[in-house]
Design a protein around this ligand. Sequence first.
Ligand code: ADP
Ligand code: MG
Length: 382
Amino acid sequence: MMRQKIRNKFQELFSTEGSVYASPGRINLIGEHTDYNGGFVFPGAIDKGMIAEIKPNGTGKVRAFSVDLNDYAEFGLNEEDAPKASWARYIFGVCREIIKRGGQIQGFDTVFAGDVPLGAGMSSSAALESTYAFALNDLFSLNIDKFELAKIGQSTEHNYCGVNCGIMDQFASVFGKEGSLIRLDCRSLEYKYFPFHPVGYKLVLLDSVVKHELASSAYNKRRQSCENAAAAIRRNHPEVEFLRDATMDMLNEVKGDISAEDYMRAEYVIEEVQRVLDVCDALEKDDYETVGKKMYETHHGMSKLYEVSCEELDFLNDVAKKCGVTGSRVMGGGFGGCTINLVKEEKYDAFVKEAFESYTAKFGHEPKLYNVVISDGARKLA
Ligand code: ADP
Ligand code: MG
């Protein structure tokens, strides 16, 4: 469907045929607010993503069409050629970041579309960036390694889209593998694949469709608390660079020296880093019940210790618990967005029905539902 639409439009606009590339959005199973504490995240690519048809046109210009926004943009490849449309800036940014790294590219024609919901926490923007980073690398034989492709996407967000993000989203979109989640060490950038074959379970995102304004000021405060706690611990234990290196014993040694709030924040982070490792162990034993238990613990920690949940997300988490869902937690930074749920197939229908009815009754609007399957990362389709 999506590919046919892209094909038709590309033919109509450019009267020729290009190569086709795809790159996915992502989920993060566990490991929230761990990245800036030097800890682990645990993302996987999903079966929703961006598809682009693309063909070099032998000029210095890019001609791009977004099927979903029904919008066309044309721009050059020099720094001063930045397009106005925000969707086009992602493509322009990727081109610029490649050129800055010495990659020799020329203009191209392209049409793209996607099915990652925008702004729901599945990183449609990373899907867009890695589609073009991967495609241009392949089409112009640039030999850029996969890590650098992810960094090109990240730098695009920083330098052309005003989003100061970490590397997780682009990393997952490029490195994703069907049936695998990827544990990424945010300090060393070492990564390891773990099997994810939840036979008899579904992975379900419930989007609260709210975004509370507090998010960015609260985020900065949380970071400050983590730094305060780490600094206090470091006085006794110089080897503690980040909270990721600390234990609860170390934190308890400085309990009297830091604020109660900083203590709670640090407690959450130290436990969350450990939970990622516990989930990895559980997955190696195909133990999805333990995985689910850890997801609930994360939600509890984010709600009660880190205090980044909100009424809507706590409500969705409670519904999951009541319906016997195996695991459920807020996904992403908090204050809105989705919960991620690991649901036994036989409980799925009743859970979805209850979540929709009770959430709508309480908040006056429906949540949104997305089923996801862990899938491959950036690739060429044709
Ligand atoms: P997310 O959390 O989904 O990454 P962002 O706000 O970071 O949300 O990125 C969304 C932006 O990415 C959109 O505003 C748009 O510019 C671009 N984008 C994402 N998906 C598409 C699409 N299917 N078509 C065109 N642009 C898209
Ligand atoms: Mg984004």
